[in-house]
Ligand binder design. Structure first.
Ligand code: HEM
Length: 195
């Protein structure tokens, strides 16, 4: 039987979904107007690819940085349950959000290079490609499997067990190095060194 609580919660969810959709559509509509009105890009396609590329990079790098800050805070406070929560959330966004966004960032980067017929050997493009390969391999070979192992350890040994905490500290350290690689790519993209 539906209580007034569940009806109220369903109403709140509907309002929340509507506002999220309206904000999303407003951002998309205005960004497309900017794409057509910018004089800085060589073509409208280039402007569109660049908008998607940089927006994706902001979400990907900014999201990772936020998790890193939260993980450092939990580590400093020796808060093992918070560390386990952050590791679980990092595993979720890493696989479901950052991995597809990373692919989109790569695809838009390639689209810009092709659209403007840029030289694939240009230093900042090489740094971007190498950075992407490093972060993709780290996710596939280290972060993904380790996240699954940690989920198992939390189930079997518990979040507070020394083995679980050591594995969490290790994965968060690898994620921090991975974030450093992404920040180096961002610096190269913005400053275009050695060109
Ligand atoms: C590893 C992930 C990457 C991140 C986080 C990233 C980030 C960024 C950022 C923040 C910019 C804006 C720079 C600015 O306008 O000053 C940018 C621009 C750009 N990126 Fe990337 N990028 C990545 C990978 C790549 C790759 C692999 C390619 C090429 C295949 C690429 C090609 C480009 C191009 C062509 C631009 C536009 C440059 C311009 O018009 O000034 N990016 N990228």
């Amino acid at each position: 039987m539906e209580t007034s609580h569940t009806i109220e919660a369903a109403d709140d969810r509907r309002v929340s979904n509507t506002i999220t959709a309206v904000v999303g559509l407003a951002v998309l509509a205005l960004a497309l107007v900017f794409v057509f009105e910018t004089n800085l890009a060589p073509s409208h396609w280039y402007a569109f690819f660049k908008w998607v590329h940089v927006t994706g990079a902001v979400l990907w790098v900014g999201g990772g940085l936020t998790l890193t800050i939260l993980a450092l805070r939990a580590e400093r406070a020796s808060d093992s349950s918070e560390m386990a929560t952050i590791a679980r959330q990092a595993a979720f966004v890493g696989e479901r959000v950052f991995a597809p966004i990373g692919l989109l960032v790569l695809a838009m980067g390639i689209a810009m290079v092709v659209n403007l017929d840029l030289d694939w050997g240009t230093s900042w493009i090489v740094i971007g490609l190498v950075g992407y390969v490093i972060t993709f391999s780290t996710g596939l070979l280290v972060l993904g499997p380790q996240a699954k192992r940690i989920a198992q350890l939390i189930e079997t040994a518990g979040a507070d067990a020394a083995e679980t905490q050591a594995a969490i500290r290790r994965i968060l350290l690898v994620a921090r190095v991975d974030e450093g690689v992404l920040l180096i790519v961002v610096a190269a993209m913005i400053l275009k060194p050695f060109t």
